[in-house]
Design a protein around this ligand. Structure first.
Ligand SMILES: NC(=O)c1ccc[n+]([C@@H]2O[C@H](COP(=O)([O-])OP(=O)(O)OC[C@H]3O[C@@H](n4cnc5c(N)ncnc54)[C@H](OP(=O)(O)O)[C@@H]3O)[C@@H](O)[C@H]2O)c1
Length: 250
């Protein structure tokens, strides 16, 4: 996949991993569009990223998504890359928490169902381009669950869907990538010891390098180690993530 001359939508680009992806790709000859829910954070991001524009849009809100798709269809008919990065997680314990369905529903909606909706709505635009790609941001917990139960389930669903989408589009010009970070030091991971994680800039660079080499399943850093363990022993991989009493893996 080319790494310049793209028009890229990044959901959740005002902070963390999405912000670093916007920063890197906007300096490499790409037009970048970011989204987020908080207008002040979007404006602060745009002020730091001169070649980036922002739309206020919540991936879980159908009306917002329809408006975004209309704006992109009219204003950016050359859109050829969609990076589904916006994510959500709740800390709860399945043995003791109540109303886990509300949190699980929100996690599934943000991390999985909203990606399915946005990709379907943007597919007609991407089909018109000579080169295009979807990038779904899952996680190390896509293979085996970590301490965040509902979040892990939503990322496992996203992983499965991403594989199906890749197969469905294999005879087209649209490539399907999955970015699978381990623990990353962002605001999102702060409640689970995120300061011990790798930098979001490292994740952005890995995405950039992997696009250039068509490495479709991008297992960043420790995710590759866990994946290798998972291949040899799924039980040991599960133990590795579950055995960490401090939830240090996102
Ligand atoms: N940090 C980690 O350790 C880690 C590890 C593996 C995978 N990931 C995944 O990486 C992705 C990015 O995480 P991050 O750590 O960079 O998070 P972050 O620092 O909290 O940034 C999240 C971004 O998404 C936006 N966002 C959140 N919910 C949204 C929604 N419903 N609609 C639109 N935008 C929304 C946020 O802005 P607003 O709040 O203003 O909307 C913000 O711009 C997520 O999918 C996460 O699951 C993270």
């Amino acid at each position: 996949m080319q790494t310049s001359n793209n028009t890229i939508l990044i959901t959740g680009g005002s902070a963390g991993i999405g912000f670093e992806i916007a920063k890197l790709f906007s300096t490499q000859g790409n037009q970048v569009i970011i989204t987020g829910r908080n207008q002040e954070r979007l404006e602060a991001a745009v002020a730091k990223l001169p070649n980036v524009i922002a739309f206020n849009s919540d991936v879980t809100n159908e009306a917002d998504v329809q408006k975004l798709v209309t704006k992109l269809t009219i204003g950016f008919p050359q859109l050829n890359m969609v990076i589904n990065n916006a994510g959500n997680a709740f800390l709860y314990h399945l043995a003791s928490s109540t109303d886990t369905i509300t949190m699980a529903r929100e996690e599934m909606l943000t991390n999985y169902l909203s990606v399915v909706r946005l990709n379907e709505l943007l597919l007609p635009i991407l089909k018109k381009q000579p080169q295009a790609s979807f990038v779904n941001v899952s996680s190390i917990v896509a293979f085996v669950p970590g301490s965040l139960a509902g979040y892990s389930a939503s990322k496992a669903a996203l992983h499965s869907y991403t594989q199906s989408l890749r197969v469905a589009l294999e005879n087209t010009a649209i490539k399907v990538f999955e970015l699978m970070p381990p623990l990353v030091d962002t605001q999102f991971s702060a409640p689970i010891g995120g300061s011990k994680g790798i930098s979001p800039a490292t994740v952005a660079q890995d995405l950039f390098d992997s696009l250039a080499t068509d490495n479709y399943e991008i297992r960043v850093g420790q995710t590759e180690d866990l994946y290798q363990l998972f291949l040899s022993s799924p039980a040991k991989a599960l133990d590795m993530l579950q055995g960490q009493r401090q939830p240090v893996l996102a």
